[in-house]
Design a protein around this ligand. Structure first.
Ligand code: PMP
Length: 355
């Protein structure tokens, strides 16, 4: 058995893969593959309705928010957010906590005026800036709740009265959130929601048409909401597999239960990183992510050696992103504590071998 620590697309529960595989051959006893059914068929409409209902229930999404299933990844949201929310003469505030946050701001700059309220680029994004001012007249404030590459996470929404937009691609559904604190949440599905190809957007309806701009309909949140995420052909299979994964999460007890598991998983691995003299965490302790755990060793030679041992022990996807180096263990919802234990055992084995 492989232990998949990949950062995304990533592990999903085995049961979900099995059910998805069945539906590729015969979707709900229709005698048709999920890959060949019409997105307008009654059977698929039920899938969209159930997927939306599960998101609403699992995240306790208030009624005055729309839940959309779009394409183009979180990257398309970098552009859609300012097109929809930033007026010609307005400005948007961005918190710069890493590559994805920087890219989001860069796209917004193509649309209008952007102010970077704070950045942790001075220390390779190893911490979350704390003291910064968000202009009270900003059209919105944007931040990334979990920095997939650097292993930092923002657990509390920064205080501001301006509409808040969050990229939750890599920690949505991993912990409890209060959706009503936010005005727009987006997330590429391919971490904790489902396979790549669908992007979740949760938007407060009063934000529709906020920028007053004219732009192509495909980028307009309101058009997608009015069409029930069927403005054009949606990513049928990705939505279907997301539904299966959300059912799995619900059956497990929902976000509260998975959050407790995620806390234990992260704590177990961080404890070993802090104890084992061969490894060191890269993120500021108070900002450590529960989803992406980044750590390094003293030399590239030791790292290559550990990586080889990890491979022998069936640990997959732990090589760090090139901007941080070392290792990154992504410990999303579907990764079990037994996989964490396998990694911890391998770290101990490495220590023993070098005594
Ligand atoms: N934001 C975050 C936090 C991410 O982790 C990623 C991808 N890993 C992206 C945005 C980009 O997402 P996509 O590839 O779906 O466009």
């Amino acid at each position: 058995m492989k232990h998949n620590f990949g950062a995304g697309p990533c592990i999903l529960p085995k049961e979900v893969f099995e059910e998805a595989a069945k539906a590729v051959l015969d979707f709900n006893g229709t005698g048709l593959s999920i890959l060949e059914v019409s997105h307008r068929s009654k059977e698929f409409e039920e899938v969209v309705v159930e997927t939306e209902r599960l998101v609403r229930e699992l995240l306790n999404v208030p009624e005055d928010y729309s839940i959309l299933f779009l394409q183009g990844g979180a990257t398309q949201q970098f552009a859609m957010v300012p097109m929809n929310l930033l007026p010609e003469n307005g400005r948007a505030a961005y918190l710069d906590t890493g590559v994805w946050a920087t890219k989001a701001a860069k796209e917004a700059k193509k649309v209008g005026h952007v102010e970077i309220v704070a950045s942790s680029s001075d220390q390779n994004y190893s911490y979350i800036p704390k003291d910064f001012q968000i202009p009270a007249d900003a059209a919105y404030f944007h931040y990334t709740s979990n920095n997939t590459i650097y292993g930092t996470e923002v657990f509390e929404k920064p205080a501001t009265a301006v509409p808040t937009v969050v990229d939750m691609s890599s920690d949505i559904l991993s912990r409890k959130i209060d959706v009503s604190e936010f005005d727009l949440i987006y997330a590429g599905a391919q971490k904790n929601m489902g396979p790549a190809g669908v992007t979740l957007v949760i938007i407060k309806n009063e934000l529709f048409g906020k920028s007053g701009r004219t732009f192509p309909t495909i980028f307009d949140y309101e058009s997608h909401a009015k069409a029930g995420s069927m403005y054009n052909t949606p990513p049928v299979f990705s939505i279907y597999v997301s539904m299966l994964n959300l059912r799995w999460l619900k059956a497990k007890g929902g976000v509260d239960v998975i959050e407790q598991e995620n806390i234990i998983k992260a704590r177990t691995l961080y404890e070993e990183i802090d104890r084992n003299p061969f490894f060191k965490g890269t993120a500021a302790v108070e900002d450590r992510s529960r989803m992406n755990i980044t750590f390094v060793m003293d030399s590239p030679e030791l790292e290559a050696e550990f990586l080889a041992l990890a491979k022998e022990r069936n640990l997959v996807g732990i090589k760090g992103h090139r901007s941080v180096g070392g290792f990154r263990a992504s410990v999303y919802n579907a990764l079990t504590i037994s996989s964490i234990n396998a990694l911890v055992d391998t770290m101990r084995e490495f220590e023993e071998n070098h005594k």
